[in-house]
Design a protein around this ligand. Structure first.
Ligand code: ATP
Ligand code: MG
Length: 728
């Protein structure tokens, strides 16, 4: 049987287990995901219908991959392979009417949520400067994920903060309900609610999903746990996999106890431990184990590999984030020169903001990359603006979308007018869309504002009644009829070119959506956009390096991995003081990062880094010190080591990895006295900032500086003697 090829006895035990609960606990790279996939194939070969199988993965991407693999074994028609959120939105689309919503509900993402909370706070006259909307959202989300509704929350709110949150929570819920909208948390909660109040619905899903498989169970939260319990209650054919050392979503409510207590929940559970790692070299595995062993709150578990020792891990100390990025780019080019494909290389960072500098360096080195951050794209203002119009086409009662669209592009409807309409609508429990439809009845809104609102209402009506031929066409009409691109062109903003390109890219996204969905719809498109998470945007780029946050890297593997920013404050990440528990989660995150690597691992860190416009000194991450010295080579590329590096070049890594790339020339390191000059208007290239145009030269000789306006990164004043500028 294909799915029993190349498996160990332990893996076979898990794959061929059919009825009853099964727990697979194992370290990174031991084949958990592979076992789940093969087990699906095995179940089907034993005559179980794919219709009776539910597989849950952590990301949509993982779900797609799993479905693809299963397809290779046999037809998987009728099987559900999805994330919890997607599964829930599917269940709700079918039956949410039983909870008093209509089926075309809107899904609010985190930005919509933030806007709603801010506007509620404004209504309640709560100072957003004093109380942070984001922390209020977290409090509400935490409550929701513990299935605490606003009434129960209010009943137990003992201090001023919680009493205030209770008020906001209540209003927020009312707003969601009247706008026929759900936020991400609601997708899960409403599903639990539905399954609890309607035993008939629950029973139909229990009968349907007789076999449930959940990957990455260590990162499930309480509600997800509740859903899986409910669904598995009847047949108890639930198989979960997990690695407690890879639990990295505690900050989002994931609860390690779910996996720790599995045997309590299902006393007759069979437990399979996998200890052999198939992914990484011995050196990489040693590095990973030496770090994770420092966690106090963990169950000791062994992991070993028969793979080769491989190369030592390289840690590279760099001067600042630009030199770090350049160093990475240089090394990637060298690796490529040695026959490694870009797709085999991944570059991780702890925070999204770090990607900017890395991107610039990669772009300048001519290295194609794909950045995992669809959310980032879809969070951009112009994208949200256009999406608001699509949302209105689908569901005009979506107040959040209407508020965003009403004066974007500017059409003379000021905030005071909007506030008046909102007050009018709220006092009559009407939606904003209804209110603007009868604006004449709102006596507080008159004259030009009223006329502008009527025009806006008509625009939405026109858009709503356009024939829905394809999402792409609708989107183009929206852009056309709202004058959005024209509005961007007119704007004085530096980023307007960028914004236009983004809007155009959204059209590409719609095009792709149409191409992939013969039965697509605007709603389907919105759903796909809303469900794309940070974790989901590795596009299928044939030849590109992958960039992503460490969190996103979970479950993936790459022959070559770079982890940048291995510094205190970044990894472990800390805004202020950080508890021991949080440090442990950061350590697990570091463990996840390290264990993604199959053959080579580079860890980079800097001496200084720009933060809030200031270069601040950095300290190497404690996790670097925790890595066993035997598996690591340390390289120092900071400036005071330049001459050593330059003359020495004795390091083995230098020889095998950097050979193919440009070696620093003497003039790079020791600027000569003879500084060249540039003419105003001349086009130049800078190794970090890329292409730019010279605005002005100042001073002379060593003191000469030049002001350049770069395409990326804006205007910079550079010392000519050091700037490495060249004419293009
Ligand atoms: P993670 O904890 O990172 O999610 P995992 O336990 O899910 O890891 P997999 O991704 O399933 O591990 O497997 C890791 C790698 O090892 C994959 O490339 C997989 O194909 C390979 N692998 C697993 N088991 C075997 C085996 N018995 N023989 C050969 N290769 C294997
Ligand atoms: Mg896995």
């Amino acid at each position: 049987m294909k799915f029993l090829e190349d498996v160990t006895d332990k893996q076979r035990e898990a794959i061929t287990h059919i009825d009853g609960p099964l727990l697979i606990v194992a370290g990174a790279g031991s084949g958990k995901t592979r076992v789940i996939t093969r087990r699906i194939g095995y179940l089907m070969s034993e005559g179980i219908s794919p219709y009776n199988i539910l597989a849950i993965t952590f990301t949509n991407k993982a779900a797609n991959e799993m479905a693809e693999r299963v397809k290779k074994f046999s037809s998987h028609k009728g099987m559900w392979v999805s994330t919890f959120h997607k599964m829930c939105s599917r269940i709700l689309r079918k039956d949410i009417e039983l909870l008093g919503y209509s089926k075309d509900f809107t899904i609010y993402d985190t930005v919509d949520q933030l806007n709603r909370i801010k506007s509620i706070m404004a209504d309640l006259e709560i100072d957003t400067a004093h109380w942070k909307p984001r922390s209020i959202i977290s409090s509400i989300s935490n409550a929701k994920n513990k299935l605490i509704d606003h009434e129960r929350f209010a009943a137990t709110a003992s201090d001023i903060y919680h009493q205030m949150v209770a008020k906001i929570y209540k209003k927020y819920d009312t707003m969601l309900k009247s706008g026929n909208a759900l936020d991400f948390d609601d997708l899960l909660i409403k599903t639990v609610e539905l399954l609890k109040i309607r035993p008939d619905v629950l029973s139909s899903y229990q009968e349907r999903f007789k076999y449930i498989l959940i990957d990455e169970y260590q990162d499930t939260n309480f509600v997800q746990y509740a859903i899986s319990r409910l669904l598995a209650q009847k047949y108890k054919n639930i198989c979960v996999t997990g690695d407690p050392d890879q639990s990295i979503y505690g900050w989002r409510g994931a609860d390690l106890r779910n996996i720790m207590d599995f045997e309590k929940d299902y006393p007759d559970a069979r437990v399979v431990l996998l200890e052999q790692n198939y992914r990484s070299t011995k050196n990489i595995l040693l590095a990973a184990s030496s770090v994770i062993q420092k966690n106090k709150y963990r169950k000791q578990k062994e992991i070993w590999t028969e793979n080769e020792h491989g190369e030592k891990i390289k840690t590279i100390h760099c001067e600042n984030e630009h030199s770090e990025a350049e160093e990475i780019a240089k090394t990637i080019r060298a690796l490529r020169g040695n026959g490694i494909k870009y797709t085999e290389i991944a570059l991780f960072y702890r925070t999204n903001a770090q990607s900017r500098t890395l991107e610039i360096a990669l772009r300048n080195a001519g290295i194609p990359y794909v950045i995992v951050g669809g959310v980032e794209f879809y969070r951009r203002k112009e994208i949200k603006d256009i999406l608001a119009y699509i949302r209105l086409c689908v569901n005009p009662c979506d107040d959040s979308a209407l508020e965003r669209a009403i004066n974007t592009p500017a059409r003379g409807i000021g905030t005071t007018t909007v506030k008046k309409i909102k007050e009018w609508a709220e006092s009559r429990e009407s939606t904003l869309f209804n209110a603007i439809g009868i604006v004449d009845a709102i006596h507080e809104v008159t004259g030009k504002s009223a006329a502008a609102i009527k025009r806006f209402y008509e625009l939405i009506m026109v858009l709503r009644h356009m024939p829905e031929t394809s999402v792409e066409k609708t989107l183009k009409s929206i852009i056309d009829k709202t004058g959005y691109i024209h509005f961007l062109r007119k704007s004085e903003e530096k980023e307007s070119e960028d914004r236009i390109a983004n809007v155009e890219e959204l059209v590409n996204a719609a095009h792709e959506y149409d191409a992939n969905h013969t039965d697509g719809s605007l709603q389907g498109f919105l759903e796909e956009v809303a469900l794309i998470s940070d974790l989901d945007t590795v596009e299928d780029m044939a030849e590109a390096v992958t960039l992503m946050t460490l969190h996103t890297a979970k479950g993936l593997e790459f022959p070559v991995v770079f982890i940048s920013g291995m510094e205190e404050g970044l990894l472990p990440h800390s805004e202020s003081r950080i508890s021991e528990e949080e440090i442990e989660e950061e350590r697990r995150l570091c463990y996840v990062g390290i264990t993604r690597a199959m053959k080579r691992l580079f860890l980079t860190y800097t001496k200084r880094r720009m933060r809030y416009g200031q270069l601040i000194p950095c300290v190497a991450s404690r996790f670097l010190d925790e890595i066993h010295a035997d598996c690591m080579d340390r390289l120092d590329k900071t400036e005071n080591h330049f001459s050593y590096e330059y003359q020495g070049k004795s390091n083995s890594w230098e020889n095998d990895a950097v050979e193919a790339c440009d070696v620093l020339s003497e003039s790079d390191v020791f600027p000569s006295g003879n500084v060249r000059t540039f003419l105003n208007g001349e086009v130049v290239r800078h190794p970090v900032f890329g292409i730019g145009r010279v605005l002005e030269m100042q001073g002379s000789n060593e003191k000469a500086s030049v002001k350049v306006s770069f395409n990326v990164g804006g205007t910079k004043n550079l010392m000519l003697a050091y700037a490495k500028l060249e004419k293009v």
